[in-house]
Design a protein around this ligand. Structure first.
Ligand SMILES: [Zn+2]
Ligand SMILES: [Zn+2]
Length: 291
């Protein structure tokens, strides 16, 4: 654990904070608060010390250690609650149920999914007084519908979870993800002008933070331009656009999963470009063409 501020500890995740791990944040107070449980072995010293757990969203890399804090009260935004309450809810929200098709029950058996019992939910603007500091919930949808960031008011510090400032850029690869909301959520964080931003998958950022957030947001538009350019070369189907790997660059093992995520992200952009009348669709909705 790395102390970031008085009473604020970043629990650094295994695998350098890359999936399937994610940094957690521990805040000492009354109650002791943990945000996310996906850090792996770094959470061991906190066993028995956590009374309240706030989950940024339902993704497995953020909730994997929930079972380690059986005595704590768990809360998450209602839109993401089904994703931790049951495997069926997780498969539905993530789209992985549809994706797996015939392998659905195989996945159910192999997933090692443990359901989390919730003690309540969190909403935008909700404040938690820990005595030592106050934590405010910021509903920041896009990555997932119920994704939340957390503002430690006294320190003007935001734990932004998967608004993660990685070089990959914003991830919206589930059918329930939404790049337009993601963009608004990034703009909201920019308008808050925090002194320090902590995320689940990168190092803390203090200097040049607004520039980092702006650059991260710009990736969404850059992807749209890449897709538009590809379509100006001739009409293409979704499968043909996925083959170009314009978002991921490569599709490592398991390739079909990365194709699924790439396809979901491309579909979001196609929808946005259709709304803006930058492209049209032909051949009974199969072929996309630049206008
Ligand atoms: Zn996530
Ligand atoms: Zn994550």
């Amino acid at each position: 654990m790395e102390q970031i501020l008085p009473g604020v500890w970043l629990v650094k995740a295994e695998n350098k904070g890359r999936f399937p791990f994610a940094h957690s944040l521990f805040l000492e107070g009354d109650p002791n608060l943990l945000i996310d449980t996906g850090a792996g072995s770094g959470l061991a010293p906190l066993s028995g010390r956590v009374e309240l757990v706030l989950l940024s969203h339902y993704h497995r890399d953020h909730v994997m250690g929930n079972h380690l804090f059986a005595d704590a009260a768990f809360k998450i935004h209602p839109l993401d609650a089904p994703g931790v309450q049951s495997l069926e809810g997780f498969l539905e929200l993530s789209g992985l149920g549809r994706f797996c098709g015939a392998d659905y029950w195989k996945l159910v058996r192999q997933s090692g999914f443990t359901a989390t019992s919730l003690a309540g939910s969190i909403e935008d603007g909700m404040r938690f007084d820990l005595g030592t500091m106050t934590v405010q919930v910021l509903h920041t949808p896009g990555h997932t519908p119920g994704h939340c960031a957390f503002l430690i008011e006294e320190y003007e510090t935001v734990f932004a979870a998967d608004i993660d400032l990685t070089s990959f850029g914003p991830w919206y690869g589930n059918p329930t993800s939404d790049p337009a909301s993601f963009l608004k959520s990034i703009q909201r964080l920019r308008s808050l002008k925090p002194a320090l931003l902590l995320t689940s998958h990168s190092s803390p950022v203090r200097d040049g933070l607004d520039r980092c957030l702006a650059g991260y947001a710009a990736v969404i538009q850059q992807r749209e331009e890449k897709l538009y350019q590809a379509l100006t070369g001739g009409p293409k189907t979704l499968e043909q656009l996925i083959d170009l790997k314009l978002i991921y660059g490569r599709h490592p093992y398991p390739e079909h999963l990365f194709r699924f995520f790439e396809g979901n992200m491309i579909e979001k952009h196609l929808q946005l470009m259709l709304q803006k009348a930058r492209i049209c669709v032909q051949d009974s909705g199969r072929l996309y063409e630049a206008l």
